[in-house]
Write a protein that binds this ligand. Structure first.
Ligand SMILES: O=C(O)CCC(=O)C(=O)O
Ligand SMILES: [Fe+2]
Length: 319
């Protein structure tokens, strides 16, 4: 039934409706993907051309800390659509693994959803998606990797190119975290593995719910006298949708960072974190796939249930 036009209807300013994003018909495909990943809709790509939305501000007023904070980097107009697109279209894992503490095996449940794409500098993907040796451009021996490296899908490749433009750095790996609620977290750690080389630069994007990002200096040598011990205060940065924090220089070698658990509030809307890194050697690729893909099942976003759900590809029963 047609809606009756009221006087109020005439004079009320038209509500600023967000134009519906038209899905792309193209997809990124690879034998290692559990399902195809649609390309980013053109409307999102167009809006991303305005990134970085703000200039980065240096946070380097503490010993050994060198951050560049873009608040935001991703333009406001596209933050929601990009968050919804990535949550809908990427596949995630809830990785479990055991660590040996002396004689006892402890089961670790990663308290967030994760996924990873890319390969270290020693290999690259050929046009047909197969892995080649970076130096010789010849197919790599079948047993070079225990894991199955996955190419970065187009939708994250767009963001990688923008990030390389903003930072003047190059990246070959992309890790994605999804924090479904305030109960999801990452504990204090530093991304200081040798496979990233000394003083690695890591670009870290936030989309969705605001979450606190906390940093503290690693313990100083106990024998350092107070007069030479530099004063380093813990830091709390509330990361909002679209923000990007570039961690560089001596930051990873000297500081720990974490996304602590939070009770209720905004965290329940879910948050995506995307980091771009440069992995130098094969061991880094193995490590990232082991801890961010693992050996368990796939999870995908269920729009009806509004949650991540275990997912299995539909096997055709047609005969
Ligand atoms: O979610 C974040 O902002 C941080 C993630 C992080 O530190 C990591 O994946 O190493
Ligand atoms: Fe980290």
């Amino acid at each position: 039934m047609a809606k009756k036009r009221t006087l109020h209807g005439f004079f009320k300013p038209a509500e600023a409706k967000r134009p519906k994003i038209e899905a792309s018909k193209e997809t990124s495909l690879h034998p290692t993907y559990p399902c195809p990943v649609p390309h980013l809709p053109l409307a999102i790509i167009d809006a991303l051309a305005f990134a970085p939305a703000t200039e980065g501000k240096a946070i380097d007023d503490q010993p050994d800390l060198d951050l560049l904070y873009f608040q935001p980097h991703i333009p406001k107009a596209v933050q929601k659509d990009l968050f919804n697109f990535l949550r809908q279209e990427l596949f995630f894992y809830r990785v479990q693994y055991t660590i040996k503490r002396g004689p006892v095996d402890t089961q670790v449940y990663t308290p967030r959803f994760t996924t990873v794409f890319g390969v270290d500098e020693t290999s690259c993907f050929g046009a047909d998606g197969s892995l080649l040796d970076s130096k010789t451009q010849l197919p790599i021996p079948k047993d070079r990797y225990q894991c199955k490296p996955r190419p970065v899908p187009e939708c994250l490749e767009v963001l990688r190119n923008i990030t390389e433009g903003t930072t003047g750095e190059t990246f070959n790996s992309c890790l994605v975290n999804y924090y479904a609620s305030g109960n999801d977290s990452i504990s204090y750690h530093s991304d200081d593995e040798q496979f990233l080389g000394p003083n690695p630069t890591i670009a870290s994007f936030s989309l969705g719910a605001k979450r606190d990002f906390v940093l503290k200096h690693k313990p100083m040598p106990p024998l350092m006298t107070d007069s030479v011990k530099p004063e380093a205060k813990p830091l709390k940065i509330q990361l909002a949708s679209g923000d990007m924090i570039l961690m560089r220089g001596p930051t990873q070698a000297n500081w720990l960072h974490s996304i602590p658990k939070r009770k209720g509030g905004e965290s329940e809307k879910g948050r995506i974190n995307i980091t771009f890194r440069k992995v130098l050697v094969k061991g880094g690729t193995e490590n990232y796939y082991r801890y961010n893909v693992g050996a368990g099942g796939v999870f995908r976003w269920d729009g009806t249930k509004q949650k991540m759900d275990p997912w299995t590809s539909e096997i055709s029963t047609a005969v």
